[in-house]
Design a protein. Structure first.
Length: 168
């Protein structure tokens, strides 16, 4: 079963975020707190949304997907960026990942989103194989760019404050 996450799922989502970070060999980078996630998902201005996968027989939470809207200047439409897709190891192969992706695709269709995008680590062959089975398009000509930490601060120090810039 796939359902929309509720505020009561935040603690379990944080646990799964850490499980995903450990799988991706980056546990030390998973610093989000329950309070931050609660605000991001259920605050006055949500920054992201989440779906929960539950085992049909036990009702146990076996995975989640966390996403947020994006915007394309080329198409003039919104799209979806999938930040996390995670299914616990013991539940893999039972269709939960595909069910989460299908539910997200349905959100895209219902919302008029023309794009559904996400990243996958280059070494994660089992996941890449799974995505290939769904006819996912891999955009090899694009590189992911990230500016964070000290380089972000250094570049920001070179800019002028923007009057009336949105804070969030």
């Amino acid at each position: 079963m796939i359902r929309t996450a509720t505020v009561h799922d935040v603690a379990e989502i944080i646990v799964m975020i850490r499980e995903l970070a450990a799988y991706e060999r980056a546990l030390d980078q998973a610093r989000a707190t329950e309070g931050q996630l609660r605000e991001a998902l259920f605050g006055e201005h949500p920054a992201a949304y989440a779906l929960i996968a539950q085992d049909d027989d036990t009702g146990e939470t076996v995975g989640y997907a966390l996403w947020f809207p994006l915007f394309s200047t080329w198409t003039g439409t919104r799209g979806m960026h999938l930040e996390d897709l995670y299914v616990r190891p013991g539940a893999r192969g039972a269709g939960h990942g595909k069910a989460l992706l299908a539910a997200l695709a349905a959100v895209c269709e219902r919302s008029g989103y023309e794009r559904f995008e996400w990243w996958v680590l280059a070494w994660n062959e089992p996941t890449i194989d799974f995505y290939q089975s769904l006819d996912v398009e891999f955009l090899d000509e694009w590189k992911v760019c990230r500016l964070s930490g000290e380089p972000l601060k250094a570049l920001a120090a070179q800019g002028s404050p923007v009057v009336d810039a949105p804070a969030g």
